[in-house]
Design a protein around this ligand. Structure first.
Ligand SMILES: Nc1ncnc2c1ncn2[C@@H]1O[C@H](COP(=O)(O)OP(=O)(O)OP(=O)(O)O)[C@@H](O)[C@H]1O
Length: 339
């Protein structure tokens, strides 16, 4: 378990992390979300004692990081995959870490195997691709077989097979009862991976909730209907008290209704339906809805349409930090489920 209490970090007049308090619990994957500059990396660095809090505390299984003997056996982290020594081989990078934490030499081979780098174990890591570097960073996090694992953007640079692999790895580590804390800008990936979410904006806690509740509470869900008798269907729905939105292309959208109820209503009036589908909002929509007021770096002239998917790609007008990391993908719009 990781416990944060009133964690705060100021850089001069800038408050990067603002009185954050939350728990990261074992046996599940907790996603850590926030727009660019929200304070995620600063929070993770303070969790690992790489940065000193201005005030507040972080406890790892009840203790401060500094009080842990051989910390890699308690908490493993992938923060910056490029932090490895480029002149050393993958094997030697891990061996140095293992020796400084009294981890047996045999574990190096095990984790290299686990991340699929055995064939390049003796190659210098400076020649590694982004994806190979990520795998090496993940190997270093796993080295001490810790109960707590923290991953900052773990799928960065990984190909689809690699993304699938890290997703399943995190799930299996969580199912063993470990504590998994992961940040990512890839909402579609986060939606498939995390059980629980911590969302921050401008350093402050915005949400600490299950994935399902987060999506339900921060976005619109509706039922989409399509019928060759659209006008009659609309009249029947109106007569039954539903608010109906004509969405173009012959589709109607109804908020606050179940597909069962609407299907039965259509059948009772002998109306043919070509589509009856519950549209669940995506995590990306819910995230953009919640963080709309806490986005520090905006692209001028694009806006963030909370019901219309991802904003446009970052342009030259973006702030000092890069823009949104999430490209519109399979998780971009509402997802349909139905007939
Ligand atoms: N060493 C530093 N000195 C001054 N300001 C800093 C420093 N590190 C971070 N900040 C500022 O603190 C804020 C939080 O930054 P941080 O990198 O933690 O955000 P983030 O959520 O990880 O962002 P991203 O998603 O872009 O990686 C930003 O405004 C950033 O400019």
């Amino acid at each position: 378990m990781i416990e944060l209490d009133g964690l705060t970090k100021r850089y001069g007049t800038k408050t990067a992390v603002d009185h954050l308090s939350f728990r990261v619990r074992p046996g599940m994957i907790t996603g850590f979300l926030g727009p660019n500059g929200a304070g995620k990396s600063t929070t993770m660095r303070m969790m690992l004692d790489l940065d000193n809090p201005t005030s507040g505390t972080v406890r790892i299984d009840g203790r401060h990081y500094r009080e842990l003997d051989e910390p890699l056996k308690y908490i493993g982290a992938l923060l910056d995959a490029k932090a490895m020594h480029g002149g050393r081989s993958a094997h030697n990078n891990l061996l140095c870490l293992a020796q400084s934490n009294r981890i047996p030499r045999s574990r190096v081979g095990e984790v290299l195997d686990l991340v699929g780098l055995t064939a390049v174990a003796r190659k210098k890591s400076k020649g590694f691709s982004l994806g190979m570097g990520q795998r090496l960073g993940i190997a270093s996090a796993l080295l001490g077989d810790p109960e707590i694992l923290m991953f900052d953007e773990p799928v960065n640079g990984l190909d689809p097979e690699g993304i699938h692999w890290i997703r399943n790895l995190m799930k299996s580590l969580a199912s063993e009862g470990r504590t998994i804390f992961v940040s990512s800008h890839l909402m579609s990936e986060m939606a498939l991976t995390a059980d629980h979410l911590i969302v921050i904006g401008q350093g402050k806690l915005l949400a600490d909730t299950s994935m399902a509740d987060f999506i339900q509470q921060n976005s619109r869900s509706f039922v989409r209907l399509r019928s060759p008798q659209q006008e009659r269907l609309r009249d029947v729905l109106h007569a039954d008290g539903f608010v109906v939105v004509e969405a173009g292309n012959g589709t109607l959208e109804v908020d606050g209704a179940s597909t069962d109820r609407l299907g039965e209503l259509a059948a009772a009036h002998q109306l043919t339906l070509h589509e009856l589908s519950a549209q669940r909002a995506s995590l990306e929509e819910a995230f953009m809805q919640m963080t709309a007021g806490a986005v520090e770096y905006h692209a001028h002239g694009t806006g963030t349409d909370v019901h219309g998917g991802a904003p446009a790609a970052p342009g030259p007008a973006w702030g000092a930090n890069s823009g949104w990391g999430a490209a519109p993908g399979p998780g971009s719009g509402p997802t349909g489920e139905g007939v």
